[in-house]
Design a protein around this ligand. Structure first.
Ligand SMILES: Cc1cc2nc3c(=O)[nH]c(=O)nc-3n(C[C@H](O)[C@H](O)[C@H](O)COP(=O)(O)OP(=O)(O)OC[C@H]3O[C@@H](n4cnc5c(N)ncnc54)[C@H](O)[C@@H]3O)c2cc1C
Length: 451
């Protein structure tokens, strides 16, 4: 009789090929959405595959808010436009879609760039997650992207170092879709890993990743700040002890906020369903306690109530796919620019303590205020696979560098770059590694990207 820890062998079976297209985008998060729109606008046939019944990734399933990365210190100065800004403009057209680009309140205290301690986090964009779902779907459809929702990518078919098809599982069973080029925007780098590209996981000394959090959405809060830090939530330090790292971020809906708090599980591997279950169960069980603490001790929260808990545990970090260039902390801090730069990032390295230990501090460092670094295209090109690009938080960078570009603003711009590059590669009939990066940059600039 079979025992735990033994293996079974699945019977071999045929998998139907259900579709052929030019480009498959795997994952419909901030990066995948922008990649798909960019490529479809360039005229190639694009299919976006997403495991949930809607798109948005962490912006919707994770309730993550606000979008960071659009700008920096100087008033009105944006470093991200292009498709991410098109999304903002569509959100602005909706009642309660977004409050628009805002400057983080701390920055008001600074009278000069030299004094500013929070380079790049000076701008934030609060948005309604449901509005984001709607806008993203509408823009994908308007661009002509084919969508396949409710489908989990589980395997790839390969010929040497080329992906020939993406194998999915859904209620119809297992099937295969063929494409010339694939973009892995799964956040976790699932496709690149399935294809056998090397990757890194966690920090070098112990493999620990940034902790996962389950975000809550609450209503009836009588406050109006965009971002409320722990000392402003619980003015009495005594009451802060139970929830030391809680932040509130304002949503456009009247009295609505999201609660970003650390539920205290630091050893969860985001690639293990058992660990994700542990975090999600604890957070859902604890939501009542969080609401109670807010009601009792937080000014303006006396009558607040829970609207929802995130559908999916918020994953800050998992696989980082090794590409032709590995972006480093030094690149971030020294504000390095590259000949093949495809996205600007000003956000500092923001590493939530992977072990939760109080004596382990990660001070935020980044490019000098008013400056930015660039993401080189080579960080989107996986080292070993010929027809694959990666986009979003799983691109090639170290644990430290990832702490900066993992934000949604940069991930969206990286997505646009990947989609545009894939379209060029299809038009020119060359592998993504061989495209003319000068032409890529020129095309991105023409499409409104600020590089
Ligand atoms: C708790 C928390 C707080 C954060 N705070 C902020 C913040 O304040 N501001 C900010 O800008 N950023 C913040 N971030 C970071 C940001 O949300 C993410 O890094 C960003 O969303 C990454 O975008 P992505 O498109 O690369 O991946 P994701 O958003 O993770 O999207 C990946 C998509 O791929 C899909 N997918 C994954 N695997 C498969 C598969 N096998 N088959 C089919 N579909 C698949 C997923 O369902 C998802 O839709 C936070 C993150 C967390 C977790």
């Amino acid at each position: 009789m079979l025992q735990e820890n033994e293996w079974i062998v699945e019977p071999e079976k045929k998998v139907p090929v259900i579709k052929t297209t030019d480009l498959i985008i795997c994952g419909g998060g901030p990066a995948g959405i922008c990649a798909a729109i960019a490529a479809a606008r360039s005229g190639v046939r694009v299919l976006l595959i997403e495991r949930y019944g809607f798109v948005g990734g962490m912006a919707t399933t994770g309730l993550v808010n606000p979008i960071y990365g659009f700008g920096y210190f100087e008033e009105g100065k944006q470093i991200i436009r292009g498709i991410p800004e098109d999304i903002v403009q569509e959100l602005l057209k909706m009642e309660g879609g977004t409050l628009g680009h805002r400057r983080r309140s701390e920055c008001k205290a600074c009278s000069s760039i030299e004094e500013c301690p929070t380079n790049g986090i000076s701008s934030l964009l609060c948005f309604d997650p449901e509005a984001f779902k709607y806008v993203a779907i509408k823009m994908l459809e308007d661009a002509g992207v084919d969508l396949l929702l409710h489908s989990l990518i589980v395997e790839v078919s390969m010929q040497d170092d080329t992906i020939t098809g993406i194998i999915i599982e859904n209620k119809s069973g297992r099937s295969c879709i063929l494409a010339k080029i694939v973009i892995d925007a799964t956040g976790d780098g699932d496709v690149a890993a399935l294809a056998g590209n090397p990757y890194e996981f966690g920090r070098p000394q112990d493999g620990a990743v940034q902790p996962n959090s389950v975000i809550l959405r609450i209503g009836n809060v009588m406050r109006n700040e965009d971002r409320i830090a722990p000392d402003q939530i619980f003015p009495d330090p005594q009451n802060r002890i139970a929830l030391p790292s809680v932040f509130l971020f304002r949503l456009p809906g009247k009295g609505e906020y999201i609660v970003n708090y650390d539920c205290g599980i630091y050893d969860a591997n985001p690639l293990k369903a058992e660990d994700l279950t542990r975090v999600q169960v604890k957070a859902v069980k604890e939501a009542g306690t969080v609401i109670e603490a807010l009601r009792k001790y937080s000014p303006g929260c006396r009558d607040t109530y829970l609207l929802s808990t995130a559908v999916h545990v918020g994953i800050r970090e998992s696989r980082r796919i090794i590409g032709d260039y590995v972006l480093t902390k030094d690149d971030v801090v020294s504000a390095r620019k590259f000949d093949d730069g495809v996205a600007k990032v000003a956000f500092p390295i923001d590493i939530h303590n992977p072990t939760g230990s109080v004596d382990e501090k990660n001070p935020m460092v980044g490019p000098k205020c008013g400056d930015y670094y660039e993401i080189p295209y080579r960080s989107l090109v996986p080292q070993k696979i010929d027809n694959l690009l990666v986009a979003g938080r799983c691109i090639s960078g170290t644990h430290e560098a990832h702490g900066s570009y993992r934000l949604m603003g940069p991930c969206m711009t990286i997505g646009q770059a990947a989609g545009t590059a894939a379209a060029l590669s299809i038009e020119e009939k060359v592998s993504p590694r061989k495209i003319d990066t000068k032409l890529l940059r020129k095309t991105l600039i023409k499409e409104g990207v600020l590089i």
